[in-house]
Design a binder for this molecule. Structure first.
Ligand code: GTP
Ligand code: MG
Length: 323
């Protein structure tokens, strides 16, 4: 990558980071203090991608920002809300920023593009053999159904793209995990970095409902959100086009069961008759988006705390960062 260094005298600040998933550039508070009463222009000088791990680490890539020494009202303000963040489109990369051949004013770039949000979420679909996981995914993604049963081996994948609203595109990466995997030892690997799940049971076979609690505890013990809380999980009582067996016949008891077992919601579904599948997905995505917003706000706060305490420790130890 070429290094088109800005010609002005400048201070290089290597302290920001970009949260690719959340499309934010976070600028630590002590840096903002430097520019309290002045208007500065920020340039993205270098974007170094790091492997992205959504559930574990909120950070995506390091950025280097350059701050011209001269201030001018022609330059954008460092932060509009004063929270140390810039909204940044996911599609942004160093190449995008430099392609035009001129340095891009981060703030105006951000404001031009901040309307478009793009999310990628990993969603698990788990439950006993033959409960209808693959059929639900096929109905949801490919809009078809077949009576023919072919057991999934290991895991299958499907991608569903949702135009959530005019400013938000959501890609759901659906992991269709074979029912027989509950007896294997791969679920920890499959669950990694998921941000939501469906547990599916078959309303015509009560034993598939009895397994739900086992699937749920397997899930909760092996994957958590970055703040340690369980990932949102929606329970699907599938094949509701057929006569039902067990607790599913009592919706009040089902509500209680879901509360006790921390399900986000439950739905009677039919992959065959296309009942409630879109609705269930909507409920799960709504919860995931809610979590995303909350965790995002938290991590911005934490970043501030982290930066300050880090600086204090460094000062205490007489060590200063050389960046
Ligand atoms: P594994 O891959 O073995 O874990 O099973 P699965 O959960 O993916 O089940 P699958 O979707 O393959 O469905 C099993 C059988 O149930 C198939 O014969 C489907 O046609 C049937 N089935 C799935 N959903 C429904 C439904 O909503 N209603 C009815 N009547 N049959 C369904
Ligand atoms: Mg299957």
């Amino acid at each position: 990558m070429k290094s088109d260094a800005p010609s002005e005298q400048k201070t290089i600040v290597k302290v920001g980071h970009i949260e690719k998933r959340r499309k934010k550039i976070v600028v630590p508070p002590q840096y903002l203090k430097m520019s309290d009463n002045t208007h500065h222009k920020l340039f993205v000088e270098k974007l170094k991608s790091r492997p992205f791990t959504p559930a574990r680490s909120p950070r995506g890539a390091q950025i280097h920002l350059s701050l011209p020494e001269t201030s001018s009202s022609a330059f954008g303000r460092v932060t509009p809300e004063g929270d140390g963040s810039f909204i940044f489109p996911k599609s942004v990369s160093e190449i995008d920023l430099w392609r035009s051949g001129e340095k891009t004013d981060l703030l105006s770039y951000a404001s031009k593009n901040s309307e478009k949000k793009d999310h990628l979420y990993k969603i698990l679909v788990i439950g006993d053999l033959g409960a209808g996981k693959t059929s639900i995914i096929k109905r949801y993604v490919h809009r078809f159904f077949t009576q023919h049963y072919r057991a999934t081996i290991g895991v299958d994948f499907a991608l569903k793209v949702l135009n959530w609203d005019e400013n938000t595109l959501i890609r759901l990466q659906l992991w269709d995990i074979a029912g027989q995997e509950r007896y294997g030892n791969m679920t920890r690997v499959y669950y990694k970095e998921a941000v939501g799940a469906f547990i599916v049971f078959d309303v015509t076979r009560v034993n598939t409902f009895e397994s739900v609690a086992k699937w749920k505890s397997d899930l909760d013990s092996k994957v958590q959100l970055s703040d340690g809380s369980p990932i949102p999980c929606v329970l699907l009582a599938n094949k509701c086009d057929q006569p039902k067996e067990g607790l599913i016949n009592n919706s009040h008891k089902m509500e209680e069961y879901c509360k006790e077992n921390s399900f986000t919601a439950w739905f009677e579904t039919s992959a065959k008759d296309n009942i409630n599948i879109d609705e269930a997905a909507k409920a799960l995505v709504t919860k995931i988006l809610e979590n995303d917003t909350l965790l995002n706000a938290e991590s911005s706060k934490d970043e501030g705390k982290f930066s300050i305490s880090k600086e204090t420790n460094a000062q205490k130890n007489g060590k200063m960062c050389s960046c």
